[in-house]
Write a protein that binds this ligand. Sequence first.
Ligand SMILES: [Zn+2]
Length: 478
Amino acid sequence: MKKDSFYITTTIPYVNADPHIGFALELVQGDAIARYQRLYGREVFFSTGTDEYGQKIWEASIKEGKNVQDYVDHYAQKFIDLKGTLDLSYDNFIRTTSKEHVRATQEFWRLCDVAGDIYKKIYRGLYCVGCEKFLTEKDLMEGVCSLHPNKTPEMVEEENYFFKLTKYKEQLLQYLSNKKVIIPEWRRQEAIDFVKDGMEDFSISRNKERFSWGIPIPGDDKQVMYVWFGAFINYISTLGWPDSKGKFEKFWQEGKRIQVAGKDMVKFQSVMWQGMLMSAGMPATDVVVYHGFITGEGGVKMSKSLGNVVSPNEIVKEYSTDALRYFLLREISSFEDSPFTMERFKDAYNSGLANGLGNLVSRILTLSEKYLEKCPEILEHSMPQEFKDHLDKFEIQKAVNFTWNEIGALDRFIQETEPFKVVKTDKEKGKKIITDMVLRLYTIARMLNPIMPETNILLKALIKANKKPDKPLFPRKD
Ligand SMILES: [Zn+2]
């Protein structure tokens, strides 16, 4: 990577429910990449936020008998609180109801309008409030929305504004012909197929009578913006565009632009948003990294009704932030669906952290405290190339596996060399082995920086102080 400024975003979730573990995965993945890039001296801007407009939110606020702004404030706070819960290092949290975002969205609309890409059209079709979109043949199952079978779709006819996405068909195919724009590479075909077969101009407004909780459209007080159009613009409004251009220039125009999203977002992030950027005359996203979903046991969807929903807050309370980050980044595939159960979590915690890392730290530092006068001299720049290669390709799980392979190798090294025996017969030789072990442990500690930031700091401090931990880093759970 040549560029020195590095920009990374997550998608922004709807604020009509508590944060779930799937979004925690996206945040922690984004955070690990941001921290890794900072280690390399790149200037990083990491952004996340919340999507607070839309009919679903409006209806949910009525259901709870709350004023809609109070309702979104309440839920947005739960997402803001994840910063501490998950130890996130983001630089800005953007809310779509903020003044800056509203202003940016209206300005972006104006740019697309000037480009001749916004027009009015009468639309008639079945509308699903759950999806907040008109349903197509593919969405229907026995006359109802396949995602919301309990919400009867309404027949709606109205005049809406449309965005001329089809105008950018060739330009989008050109963009998608670059293998690097989508990770994992095999999801790229999905985007290409959508552009070739399924892509249409999309509606970007709603009639105010039916849908009032949205951003006003410049010059038309009968319509408000449709959630999708407005939500995408958070990726540049968070940088202060259009009022202050400094961060926008540094990170969006000149930086490396990385966006993390779920695998169901391919046509939104890699097609619709890219078409909007082309219309506004802005550079396209360099890479969109798509993660899979976290499922319940046996691959079933997590849902309240099945009672298999896992709350990131509860896991952190029972274990720790770093324990959750470890599980999300190592036991959950970086790109494919993976199951999450408390059983799996506990097993992974005990084997990888209590017995694995925790035990290793205690063994090595007990020896060094006893036999070395002080911490050996540390060469600061010793991050293994293989670890870096994985993270440069956003293969976080492989990077974490590499780290734990090193932990296993160091464990075997202790068993084979038996420094605790050697030091009693040949003191100098024993001390040399212990010194090697401490240096290797320090390299492991450095690799923990993007994965488990708190453990990284603690472990480096213990090594430098040449002290064994007072209590186990990761107490075993039964
Ligand atoms: Zn639906």
